[in-house]
Ligand binder design. Sequence first.
Ligand code: ADP
Length: 547
Amino acid sequence: MTGARPLIIAWLLLLTAALAIGGLAIHLLRGQEQSLAVAAAETRRQSLAASAESISLAVAEARDTLAVTLQTLPADNLIDTLETWRLDNPLVRNVFVWQPGSGLLHPDPLYPTRDEERAFLQRYAELFAGQAVWSPPAADDPLISGQAQARRELRDLAKSLSAEVASAPGPTGATGWLPWFWGDGLHLLVWADQPDGRRYGLEIEMAALLSRLVTALPEPQEASETLALLDDHGRAVHQRGTADLSTRPVIAMATPIGAALPHWQIALYQDVDAQPATQGVLVLGGLLTLVLVVAILLGGSLLLWQARRSLRDARRKTSFVANVSHELKTPLTTIRMYSEMLEEQAEIEPERQRRYLGVISSEARRLTRLVNNLLDFSRLEQGHKQYHLQPVNLAQLVEHTLAGQSVLLEANEIQLELILPQNPVTCHTDSDAVEQSLLNLIDNAVKYAAEGKSLTVEMTTSGPNIEIHIDDRGPGIPASHAAQIFEMFHRVDNSLTTRKQGAGLGLSIARQLLRDLGGDLTFSPVVGGGSRFTLRLPGDRETGDNA
Ligand code: ADP
């Protein structure tokens, strides 16, 4: 655990650093997003204000032109001139002549000639009755942009020039204009005074004026936006953009046109589903940050995992050396003990002598198997293992190998049952490797399953394969370890393995040897307790003996 602590600390540091970078990046992105949104809103506000100014100037220009024309009209035959003008100019809806004190001289309030005149008289009854003041709004709203300022100056210049021209032949009385609200909306009057006190003028045709204004309404900056000119009732009189304004969507931003069209405004609508342009950049930024953080974490975790693995391997190798030394020492001690007894006891019964020699030879065989395992391990690790293939009578090989283990099995009180096929079973293989694998399996059965008191070795043929099943009635292997027991150095971590020596090599070496020979080694649990190891080899096709 002590070795793992620096790794955990390193991983935690890495995690903290990655999270800090991620957090900082998200914080910066948020700030960026907010300032971008503020800047975008300010740009839109300015653009709306500029459009409002444009419209306001367009109204004022139309109004001034009409006022100047009014001033140039000859005083004689004024009513006829005005009427002719009305018919010629689409901007003129109605004309009038009014005398303070006497009332309306034209159109005749008692005998209007047209419906339009009748409506006009009704609309302005209060004004012409002297009950309303003729004063227009004090001044246009203060202008914002330089461009609008320049246009306004130009307009003032044009106004003064035309006033000079007009002053020569005709009357030079005051002119003015008046916004007038009636049931259906806003109306505009433009008037001029005669030196004799008569006031005459016209009512602007709003539809004609509007057609001049629409060009001043710019295209919206984004496809998801719509700009609209709203009248004093909030009705859209003109729009640019695709929004359906009949559904009365929420206005994102609005600017009043000003005194030129009182209570009129330009409104901006935004499609709420559409992503603002800045969002794409922010999403990309967020994604890149995420990728960075994940890459740091993955890379770091990989390094730490590698370090952990190396640490585990180093530990396994150390315990492997300790285990192997111990395994070698045990048979050597037994051999030495028994040979010393034979040496020291001069008069020894032949029966006992035979038993002592049996133990010595069995321990010597165990030693040989251990050394062979170690040699195989290093050759397999380095890829230098060589096999000597030759026809092998497998039944004979199994019988012979088990005979060599009879003393060991007897000493552990294990009953052996050997079931071999009637016909000889041959296989083109390496007999030493097969024997080594078998010995490893029998040694394990003796070490871990002796309490089951029985060992069954059965050879069968299955299709083209030959199988040797080695069944014991021991404690079996927990399912969670069933696959891992074939890994190098893996030992099931229980009291049984603590009591028995082993380096965790036997099964991995046996499986590798058999796989190299075209076969395999597998494990399956035995019903009722115990383990079954199946050693499979490819049969000898040429002889066909295995059928
Ligand atoms: P070793 O015997 O040197 O520990 P092996 O590779 O031969 O190594 O076996 C791996 C592990 O599998 C053993 O440590 C033991 O826990 C388990 N094992 C192997 N054979 C048996 C068996 N017949 N019964 C119970 N457990 C077994």
